[in-house]
Design a protein around this ligand. Sequence first.
Ligand SMILES: Nc1nc2c(ncn2[C@@H]2O[C@H](COP(=O)(O)OP(=O)(O)OP(=O)(O)O)[C@@H](O)[C@H]2O)c(=O)[nH]1
Ligand SMILES: [Mg+2]
Length: 465
Amino acid sequence: MTATDTDLICAIATPPGEGGIGVIRLSGPSAKRVAQSLISVEMKPRRAHYCQFTAEEEVLDDGLVLWFPAPHSFTGEDVVELQGHGGPVVQNEIIQVLCRHGARLARPGEFSERAFLNGKIDLVQAEAIADLISAKSRAAAKAAMSSFQGVFSAQVTALEDQLLGLRVAIEAAIDFPDEDIEILEQARVGDTLDVLITSTSALLVQAEQGRKLAQGITVALVGKPNVGKSSILNMLAGEDAAIVTDVPGTTRDLLKVDISVDGMPLQLVDTAGLRETQDTVEMIGVQRAREQMQRADHVILVVTAADVVANEAGFLANEDFEALLQRLALEAVPELGEVSAVNIHLLVNKVDLIDSKLRGSHPWPATYVSAKTGEGLAALTKKLVQLGSGGIEDTVFTARLRHVHALEKTRELLVQAKRGISSGIGAELVAEDCRMAHQVLGQIVGTVSPDDLLGEIFSSFCIGK
Ligand SMILES: Nc1nc2c(ncn2[C@@H]2O[C@H](COP(=O)(O)OP(=O)(O)OP(=O)(O)O)[C@@H](O)[C@H]2O)c(=O)[nH]1
Ligand SMILES: [Mg+2]
C-alpha cells in the first residue's frame, strides 16, 4: 500500500456503547465533500461548528463538526470529525449515510496507518498510540507517551545515522580492493563497530524494560505433577480458572490468565506437570510446559514442602540454595543446561502439611505458601510485584517484542561484522553485515517496512484509531 491509496474511510472513534458524546471520523480527499452532504453550515478549517446532521430531510442527530484540511491533520489527509451523541443506533445510522455517499468502513488502525504512510508519525510512534490506549498503569501510560513523543525513535535514528556513516566509510574502503582490510583498520571501522555494539546493547536493555512495562511480563508455573501449580494459579487469579484434582497429570495444556498485581499487568501460565509419560496428550502438554519454561520472562518452579524438608531437623540445610535450584531446574528441563537463577524462582507449596514448628526456619530465598489455606499469599504477591517491576522505575519509553528482536538481530550482525574484521574476511562481507544490520534497524521506526509487517502492526489497533 502507498500513501496515494486514499479512498475515504470512516469509523466511530469513541468506544462502543452509550456515552455523552460519540465521535465519527472521516479521512480522505473527499472527507469535506461527503461530510458536507449531512450538514448545512459551510465548514471552516479547524473551527467547531454546531449544526444538525441530516439525511433526506430527516434530522439524525446534532452536535459539532470539525474539518482539519490536509496536511495539518492526524492522518495528513483531509479529516472531518462529527461529534454527536454517543448512541450506537444513531452513530451507525450516520455511518451508513456516509457509506452511501462514498465512504467505507475503516479497518482497525487504518487512521494511524495513514498517518504513518503520510509521514506524520513513525512506526514506533504509531505503536505507542495503541500502547497508550491500552496502558494498565500510570507508569505504562507515561512511558507510552514518551515513545509517542519520539524518545525511543530518536535513539534508533541516532544509531541508524552512525551505522550509515560507518557504511559510507566501508564502501569507500572497498574502492581500494587490494588493501581493503588495512584501509578498514585505518578508517577505525572496528572501533566504530565497538561503539555501535555498546550503544545497541544499551538501547536493547531499555527496550526490553519498555516491552515488559507495556505488555506485561509472562510468569510460568512449572514443576512436577500434583505439587499445586493449578491451585496457585487459581489463588492468584481469585477464581477457579484451572481444574484441580488429586490426580497427578490433571493439567494437560497451557492455561494463560491475565492478572494485575498492584496495577501491573502480568500473564500467568499454568503448565502440565513435568514427568515421563506414555500418554500422547500428556506428552505434548509436558513438551509445551518445557517450551514455556524457556519462553517466559520468569519461571516459578513449584515444589512441595515435603520435597525440601528432609527430616525433623527442618529444611534441608546441607544443600546450597543455588545448587538446589540448578538441580530442580535441570530435572525439569534437562536441555536448559546451566540456568540463570535470576529468572527461576523457587516456590515451596503445601507448607500446611508440615509441622508448624518447622515452618519458621526458611533457609533459602524461596517463597513459602499454602494454596489450601492461603498462607504466604501476601509474600507471593510481593514477589510477583518485584518480578514485574524489576527496573521499571528506570523505564523511559514503551517498546514491543518486535523492537527487541530487531535490536537483538542488529547487535548480532554488528558483532558478526566485528569478528569479520578481526579475522580478515574481506571488506565486502563486513559491508554486507552492516547493510543487513542497517536494514533490520530500519524496520523499527519504519524506514524499511514490508507491507506484511505493517498489516500485522496495524491490525492489532482498535477501530477508529
Ligand atoms: N494440603 C494442601 N494441598 C494442596 C495444596 N495445594 C494444592 N493441594 C492439593 O494438591 C492436589 C494437586 O493440586 P493441583 O493444583 O491440581 O496440582 P498441579 O501441580 O496443578 O498438578 P498437575 O496439573 O497434575 O500437574 C489437589 O488435591 C490440591 O487440592 C496446599 O497448599 N496444601
Ligand atoms: Mg495442574
